[in-house]
Ligand binder design. Sequence first.
Ligand code: GLU
Length: 297
Amino acid sequence: MSVTNASLPPGYRGRLAPTPSGYLHLGHVRTFWVAAQRCRENDGVLILRNEDLDRERCKEQFAEAAMEDLRWLGCHWQEGPDIDGPAGPYNQSERMDFYLSIWRALHERGAIYPSPHSRRDVRRALSAPHEEDKEPLFPLELRPPERTGCDETEPGSMNWRFRVPDGKTISFTDGRAGLVELEAGKDFGDFLVWRKDGYPSYEMAVTADDHGMGITEVVRGEDLLTSTARQLLIYQQLGWIPPAFYHCPLVRDSRGAPLSKRYQSSRTGPLREIGCPPEQLFAKWEGDSGLELIEQD
Ligand code: GLU
């Protein structure tokens, strides 16, 4: 598998990766603002990637609104779906051939397996209860034995999961949080790389794109720390050098809960209409505490 597109210029490359399934909330834009700041401080190139793989929930109208909100916030990107660039296309929905090539590479290495089990099968196989918001560990008894043959050339209408190396510690030094250590098989289990609806999972698409677009630092919310550990396994499996990571604290609502997708979907207009100028938001965010009670639920 080729390493990052050789024609991309060297130097810091950062990214903003909105999912256009609703209007952005303050949690998203704070992370994007930090990402844009870090890119600017490093004289980098900023990439806007439209993560529109969920064909049911993603809408053109939300993608447009996200770009408008980000411009309003003063984030300027040098590559993106509106201006193109050397690492395009920048809409994930246009990158399916690329994702298929990554699926094949993982499949050839025996790193993934087809998984016909429904969510109900998974719940039934779990003996211990799991935390509401936490994805349950995929039960080992539903994992097939190590692969012997390798005939498939297409994922077909099947879920595919990554076989995690049980007991292995995945560690990385986060730009803000410092050393992070998570154990495969304990903190997270076999995770989806391909969905039976014919699209790659978030974990796979984002890893493939961060690598393929030559991203050197990923800035994201700290709710994705476990995802980062999963993604590092994909990097390792494919022999790719991972980017640096910087996980931002989450913006919380007046009850201390992180602003969520639920909140996002209840928003009925773009963020630039909240009546608060960007400078006021920046002033609140400078402290980097993440506990700014600025948006009421
Ligand atoms: N599209 C993802 C989101 O909006 C990006 C997460 C990431 O930074 O990888 O949550």
